[in-house]
Design a protein. Sequence first.
Length: 441
Amino acid sequence: MSAATSTPHRPGRWHRLDTAADGLALDLGLYAAAAGFAAITAATSTLVPHRAWGTIAALGYLAAALAATGQLLLRRHRPHSKLVTLPGRALVTALAWAGTALLPLIWQSVQRTAGRTDRAQEEVLVVEDSGTRLVDTGTPYLGPDAIAALPPDEQLLGYTPYQPGMALFGIPRAFADTWWTDARVWFAVGTAVALLLAIRILRPPTTRTDTTRHDALLLRGVQAATVLPVCALTLATGGDDLPVLALCLLALALAATDRPGWAGIAVGLAGALKLFAWPVAAVLIIWGLTRRAGLRVAAGALGLPAAALLPTLLVDRNALVENVLRFPLGHGLVSSPAASPFPGYLIANALPAGRMIAAALLVAAGIAIAVLLARRPPRTARSVALICGYGLLVAILLMPATRFGYLLYPIAFLLWAPALDLLGFRQPPSADDRQGVDLRT
């Protein structure tokens, strides 16, 4: 037994906050703060789709906050009612996601079909165009010559900086121009399916009765991937990151239940969509090596992205290199507009040789993480989630060009991690466990 579970200790500050009033206090705080964020977004955002999201989402969050308030009041008189325990909290979470992500998404999709050209972010158009190209030419990418031939103000949209699998979400638009062929609708479908599978996996049938705390942690992780404003806003207006995130969370759930082969397939599907899943795949492979299952993880984690890349490589190698390598590295015909004021961006733009300094800091952070992985490889799914969460947070902060929305990845991984400690699935203690650090609190 590890020191973390054998030595009595005071619950951490996060544990006390998370469990106050059986979790309802933090629920209320989350929905109230999110309502304020959505209202401010509706009033001040310079992006029209974001303002449209905020107008509807503010009401959705306000309704959820009122529901949480009602639950707190009811808890005083009927503390064991399903309306105030986990089933009730889960129901409010589901309704909040519907009201703050799905409803704004569908509304914007309907308005877009009716002729509003300001009801989708650029990535939606890019994915749908790539899906049409995939159907017509066999590759989702335009070559450098084709991009150069576009008018200067359209060259940015000519790039598809995603892995080939992302184009699949744009294929429905190639056949019909309706609200349900909007790529965001299919992003939402993929996200919901992956999250439901992850939830089902992390709640295996059990005869034990002491699973309430674990289910509460799982609900908090689900909230981080759904109703948190950075996730709800992203899904409703752009959406391409959410199925990637959900598949990574599914991979972590499969790892937690000792299914390394399936974990590799899940993270491999995510890697076939976007590069953000590749660091998660690398850490999962290292986790697999500690369990003598590295090849089983790697087969899916590396094989599926490679299988997705191979056809496009055969059809047009130059187009693949231009979109997947040159553009993300800043060597395309146009530069990425990503410019959130994180330290890496500020250093790159405010200091002499700033881009070199920011790049050096990013490389140094990568080396430090690699050394940590070599010295203390993750032995549990929880450790994998924590390493991915903190590692991606550092990378996002130090990138010379990044987006605020990318924070959804580390936030979700860090809040998903506690739910990966499962009753009935003994996993080898991690280095953190052996040192007596209880990361669950």
